[in-house]
Design a protein around this ligand. Structure first.
Ligand code: URA
Length: 434
């Protein structure tokens, strides 16, 4: 086999065999296949697509490029959740302790902020001392001891994905369904869970802006997981506005603690319960989603969810007082300004990608790989789509440390929130369950 033959076949719309895909991934991971030929193949895949069989083979080859975690000696059906990414999406941090407290083990390998979207690892690391760079052994022991563990992708977990992702990022081949599906699933399959609940986002703040694209991605990822013998369930959910009220790392941790104390915003709780209920069904702790939701409500009202969160923070070396008095523990921004409505009316829509980018610019994310995050910066939204607002009233608060960035964030937020005379239709948060 040669790279030339494989590129030529895909360029002409051919279907690559399992052997060709395995050879390509092994050659690229080892460094034998150069970036210029791999880029050509990625672009051919982008333009010609992949069959479901090819996509599954690609995910499997990428998974097998590194270590595949074996969690089989840890009792119980292990279930993880994956979100395709959004703005203010802190669900994992609320849901993992709740589901673990209900008796379903949650092994979770999470990511950092990507583009305009926030990352679970960055949020967790705003808790002083919290370590996400666990070793494989620490991950396994933490999972076995407290029922959940959260870590980042290690160099030996799906290394082919790490290399390919960096190349896709600079060759305009990221937004390609087979490549996204194989990338996400290779990591999720390598982490050793028995089942996976997907939260596939759609809307202005999602990578898949159109619902049909989100549906295609869902079907592709579900087929890969099922082909590997994993239990799969997916929710397609709205990302046309931030989830909850907080956007920004420490602010989102504060909101997570509020949720675990039963004081979370409705939309965030609705989605957390819906995803968590599916995890309990998958983990055979609930017969159906309705009873799963009731179990989780009880976990929150009894304080067991917050207690498990405390255990999680302690097990990862973080300051446990965050669960009691987060203002004393988490970094706090020095200044607050308000983004005010310029006209009266109803919040009609938000350019949620731009909300995320305004946050990145403020310091919640990275514009360059080596940028340092400002964990205290962010937004608190006081209005949502459909809410009435009068000219001069606050739509969102901007918390900042850098005066120029704070002022710029206010300007950007005001510009990307559109106000109309008429009340818009209610946006459904959970669009489909697959
Ligand atoms: N997240 C991933 O892990 N991979 C992609 O390709 C896109 C989003």
């Amino acid at each position: 086999m040669t790279p030339y033959e494989i590129i030529y076949k895909k360029r002409n719309g051919g279907e690559l065999s399992a052997a060709e895909i395995k050879w390509f991934i092994a050659s690229y991971t080892s460094g034998a296949m150069p970036d210029y030929q791999t880029s050509a193949l990625l672009m051919a895949i982008f333009l010609k697509g992949m069959t479901p069989q090819e996509t599954t083979e690609l995910a499997m080859a990428m998974m097998n490029s590194g270590k595949v975690f074996d969690l089989s000696d840890i009792p119980g059906i292990k279930v993880d959740k994956h979100s395709t990414g959004g703005v203010g999406d802190k669900v994992s941090i609320i849901l993992a302790p709740m589901v673990a407290a209900a008796g379903v083990p949650v092994p979770m390998v999470s990511g950092r902020g990507l583009g305009h979207t926030g990352g679970t690892l960055d949020k967790l690391e705003s808790i002083p001392g919290f370590r996400t760079n666990l070793s494989y052994d620490e991950f396994r022991h933490t999972l076995a001891r407290i029922g959940l563990a959260m870590m980042g992708q290690t160099p030996d977990l799906a290394p082919a994905d790490k290399k390919l992702y960096a190349l896709r990022d600079v060759t305009a081949t990221v937004d390609c369904i087979p490549l996204i599906a194989a990338s996400i699933m290779s990591k999720k399959l390598a982490e050793g869970a028995d089942g996976l609940v997907l939260d596939v986002k759609t809307g202005s703040g999602a990578f898949m802006q159109k619902q049909q694209e989100a549906l295609d991605l869902t079907r592709t990822m579900t087929a890969i997981g099922q082909g590997m013998g994993k239990k799969m369930k997916a929710l397609i959910t709205d990302m046309n506005q931030p989830l909850g009220r907080a956007v920004g790392n420490a602010l989102e941790i504060e909101e997570c603690v509020d949720c675990l104390k039963g004081k979370g915003p409705d939309d965030l709780m609705e989605l957390t319960y819906a995803l968590g209920a599916e995890m309990l069904v998958m983990g055979e702790r609930a017969g159906d989603a309705e009873s799963g939701k009731r179990i989780l409500e009880q976990i929150v009202s009894s304080g067991q969810g917050l207690e498990k969160f405390r255990e999680m923070v302690a097990a990862h070396g973080g300051e446990v007082k965050v669960a009691d008095d987060y203002k004393k523990v988490l970094p706090q921004a020095k200044h607050v300004i308000e983004a005010k409505a310029e006209i009266s009316g109803y919040i009609n829509s938000m350019d949620n990608r731009e909300v995320g980018m305004a946050g990145v610019f403020l310091g919640c994310g990275r514009l360059k790989m080596d940028d340092v995050i400002d964990p205290s910066a962010g937004f608190i939204f006081e209005r949502r789509i459909g809410d009435q607002v009068k000219a001069g009233e606050t739509m969102a608060k901007v918390l900042y440390n850098d005066e120029q960035k704070g002022q710029e964030a206010v300007r950007r937020l005001v510009k990307c929130i559109s106000i109309s005379e008429n009340k818009p239709e209610v946006v459904k948060l959970i669009k489909e369950i697959i």
